[in-house]
Design a protein around this ligand. Sequence first.
Ligand code: GTP
Length: 421
Amino acid sequence: MQRVIIVEDSKVVQQVLRHLAAQWLEIEVDFAWSLREAAGLIKHHKYALALVDLTLPDAPDGEVVKLMMKAAIPTVVLTSAIDEYKRLQMIEMGVIDYVLKDNRDSYLYAIKLLAQLLRNQGSKVLVADDSKTSRNMMRQMLEQLLYQVVEAADGEEALEMLCEDNSIKLLLTDFAMPKMDGFELAKAIRHRRGRDELAIIGISASGSQSLSAKFIKYGANDFLIKPFMPEEFHCRVMQTMEQLNMIGKIKDAANRDYLTNLYNRRYFYQQAQYKLKHDSKKQTLFLAMLDIDYFKQINDTYGHQAGDEVLVSLSSLLQQHFPETLTARLGGEEFAVVFEAEDNDDANELMDEFRFFISNRMFSFAEQPIAVSISIGIAAVNDAALEHVIQQADLALYDAKGQGRNQVVFFVEQVQCIDEI
Ligand SMILES: Nc1nc2c(ncn2[C@@H]2O[C@H](COP(=O)(O)OP(=O)(O)OP(=O)(O)O)[C@@H](O)[C@H]2O)c(=O)[nH]1
């Protein structure tokens, strides 16, 4: 697991940072009070990032920054005051950024910055510019922010790379390029990838402000006018990527059920439709409807909160049992799964395994054991429309309930029971 080191000599500030780090960073964080302690820690661990106070009792002149730079640890500096000389000195040393400790939000900003930098490690950025010098300069600045960088020397090459590689999350594009200019590139890629999937920053030369506005109209999120200072570049890139991340989070929240965090009905229909259209030719797909038996009784006996807890636990077991599979809560105590199996028998077996697993597991709420069972209806996905397949799985589920519950029924014309307990 990756680790971060935070060096801060103030007890109060360290306490605040500990609290914020626990909230925002999902990795190991080590704290040091002094240069000496920090030096000891970096001998024993490999750190992905450092957040350091510029002045420490045993290192009054930023020696801790030099220590981190020597160990090649990307570093963010915390400082209570900064003058132009110190600012330039730190930038020259290769510090990623500095945060002024001048208000209570500074610490939150610093920790969020670390979180974003850690996320950057997995993000790919494409730099499209016909000037090699410009590309190199941007590459250097982006690598300092821990991004993975790929390059294209013209618009066409950039478009091809973006179409082939969905893991590219940010495009930095110059306006004037051979074959296809920055506007055409932004316009073409926006047709394929929305603002929740790809961020675009347009770059234009100074004296061409109208180009910047045009970039935004063609789908760019922001623009930079050359020549720009590294600090401005950092801020714009980080801000744009934060927006991308926020849009992604909002979109994901809109697709999920608030209680169980499984996908909701609307998203399920959308994705199932896509799968039926695109994947059913390559794979043998099935749709299963799952429903908790006598769920009203669980609510009535143990209370609504206990019922909620059962729904949450069952959802998490469903996801664990069928990872990488489209699973959703359609509403109430009803769930759906679109899954791949070799044939009808295999599909039946897979679902029966899950049914058996649930019926043999004790759920609990406030230390009270709760027995749960589920009924399942399955339908094969053929050429029929989604609504039709759902209707078939529903009929099979109805049959499973009618035949005593806690069983799997596979839909065949006239609904015959294949697997009964
Ligand atoms: N706790 C809780 N209960 C819910 C939620 N959504 C729906 N329910 C309850 O789920 C129960 C469903 O009851 P029924 O449709 O009668 O079905 P059942 O009791 O499971 O019976 P069968 O499906 O026929 O086995 C109702 O009492 C709803 O109030 C929820 O989000 N939380």
